[in-house]
Design a protein around this ligand. Structure first.
Ligand code: NAD
Length: 503
């Protein structure tokens, strides 16, 4: 039996219970269908085969979950942090123990290749351990004495929060948002993406089996415009941590305005990788390819615009074309696959539409540009050349294995092109000139920048974007800043003069 056949058999065994029983909500520790009885079907991007039914929740399910989170909050908030830390480590242990199941489910549900998903579960466990270890110090504050008062600060958890996640690497992203919320002492209502519900369910089950009290973490499935919208509008929900498209972020801000929601947005990107002529071109090539063609190009931090110094552009593009044509597209459970099928027909159509847009606008398709015949949402890894910065392929987030190359003559021009989009999530700079690197990174409009490196995530560092790419930061203590409220308390040191009115 080949590796692929064996992996498919294993994945089907893991998913059999969902095929049979569907993906239900988990509210106050109880598995339940949507209260109105509605459900929708979830199909695999690999072959469009039926995977499972999913609870199609509405405002009444969100209300039940928000109330459960509200009721569970005081006890979770007041639980000694050392005990919360222990539970979060137990969740991490269980994620590691079920890493294969999580990876296989994620591959079939999202189309992401196994070579990347194998690490997704372990990264999820790491997120829980990182924030678990920080839980005991989360409430620490400062002492800021004045002549008359001993002023102290402390942080308190916000209360029940809503977490809304997208379909790209859904398992990892869910842990990334939920672990710090729980460590801070908040309770959670999670609305995962409708296109990829399975691993969110496994994760919530793991949390309960690890001893998380009922109601602390509630899972409500459904569509964005129904369940998602209701969550952003619910009065008991104090904040929304959202990962998804920029235009959805705007909608959520409007929806949450009435109840004055605090929001944290991790949104889209059109991230530049800028290669100067003095760079280590071998490493720059590897990194540029990795950052756009890994994870099916469905990653917010992908380097979707390649800016090349004109003198090196021709030779660099020749090598790029050869490598792109050599990338292996295939079944996500094949260990050799580098690009799997895109998540959904809708998204597949969107990505493919850019092949025509590129040609219509006058760019060249130097590699790929087609969808192979047959079942599944497969597209060829694609490279656009002869593009100009104002073209749609250089401005819009395509969110697939599609790279647009641009050229520049001077550092000033490179900066103008790099900053010339609505987005500002990440940027990647390749140069051996340290002075130029410092000058250039200082002027780049991006929340995260790597010099002579691909994106290497280090959990204590801030993660987030500027402009249309987001509001707020995750990582390190920044996550707690979002999920907690600063509180100031002033203690009088003596009988200072109090202004007397009406005396
Ligand atoms: P999306 O915005 O369509 O959906 C994300 C989530 O929002 C889903 O759960 C969806 O159901 C929900 N939603 C949709 N409409 C809603 C509404 N009106 N109210 C409340 N919830 C609503 O995004 P997607 O297509 O699932 O994901 C891809 C996008 O996510 C890309 O733009 C990508 O760049 C972005 N992303 C950003 C980061 C980051 O860290 N900046 C990370 C991953 C993905």
């Amino acid at each position: 039996m080949s590796d692929l056949t064996a992996n498919i058999a294993k994945a089907n065994a893991y998913l059999a219970r969902f095929k049979e029983g569907g993906v239900q909500n988990l509210i106050a520790g109880q598995s339940q269908p949507a209260l109105a009885g509605a459900s929708f079907e979830n199909h695999s991007p690999v072959d469009e085969d039926f995977l499972c039914t999913v609870a199609q929740s509405g405002a009444e399910d969100i209300d039940a979950a928000a109330r459960a989170a509200h009721d569970a909050f005081p006890a979770w908030r007041d639980m000694p942090a050392a005990k919360r830390k222990k539970i979060l480590h137990k969740i991490a242990d269980a994620i590691e123990a079920r890493a294969e199941e999580i990876a296989f489910a994620e591959c079939l549900d999202t189309g992401q290749p196994l070579r990347f998903m194998q690490k997704a579960a372990l990264r999820g466990a790491e997120n829980f351990r990182f924030f678990a270890d920080r839980a005991p110090a989360a409430r620490d504050g400062q002492s800021l004495p004045s002549p008359t008062l001993m002023n102290v600060t402390t942080r308190v958890p916000l209360g029940p929060v809503g977490v809304i996640t997208p379909w790209n690497t859904p398992f990892m992203l869910s842990t990334w948002k939920i672990a710090p919320a729980l460590a801070a002492g908040c309770t959670v209502v999670h609305k995962p993406a409708e296109f990829s519900p399975i691993t969110a369910r496994i994760l919530a089950e793991i949390a309960h089996e690890a001893g998380l009290p009922e109601g602390v973490w509630n899972l409500v499935n459904g569509f964005g415009e129904e369940a998602g919208k209701a969550l952003t509008e619910h009065k008991l929900i104090r904040a929304i941590a959202f990962v998804g498209e920029s235009k959805t972020g705007s909608m959520i801000m409007r929806q949450g305005a009435e109840s004055l929601k605090r929001v944290h947005f991790e949104l889209g990107g059109k991230n530049p990788v800028i290669v100067f002529d003095d760079a280590d071109l071998e490493r720059a090539l590897d990194a540029a390819i990795f950052m756009i063609y890994s994870l099916n190009g469905e990653r917010c931090t992908s380097s979707s615009r390649l800016l090349l110094h004109r003198s090196i552009a021709g030779a660099f593009i020749d090598r790029l074309v050869a490598r792109v044509n050599n990338i292996k597209v295939g079944h996500p459970l094949d260990p050799n696959t580098e690009i799997g099928p895109l998540i959904h027909k809708e998204h597949f159509d969107k990505v493919c539409s850019y092949f025509q847009i590129a040609q219509k606008d006058g760019a060249t398709i130097a590699a790929g540009g087609k969808a192979p015949q047959g079942k599944g949402h497969y597209v060829q890894p694609t490279l656009f050349t002869n593009a100009t910065p104002d073209m749609r392929i250089a401005q819009e987030e395509i969110f697939g294995p599609v790279l647009t190359t641009l050229t520049f003559e001077s550092e000033e021009e490179a900066l103008e092109v790099a900053n010339g989009t609505d987005y500002g999530l990440t940027a990647y700079v390749w140069t051996q000139d340290i002075t130029r690197a410092m000058r250039f990174t200082g002027a780049l409009e991006a929340g995260m920048i790597w010099v002579n490196s691909e994106n290497v995530r280090h959990l204590p560092t801030p993660f987030g974007g500027v402009k249309a790419s987001g509001i707020g930061r995750d990582g390190g203590d920044w996550s707690f800043e979002f999920y907690m409220e600063q509180k100031h308390i002033g203690f009088a040191l003596g009988a200072h003069k109090i202004p007397r009115l009406g005396a």
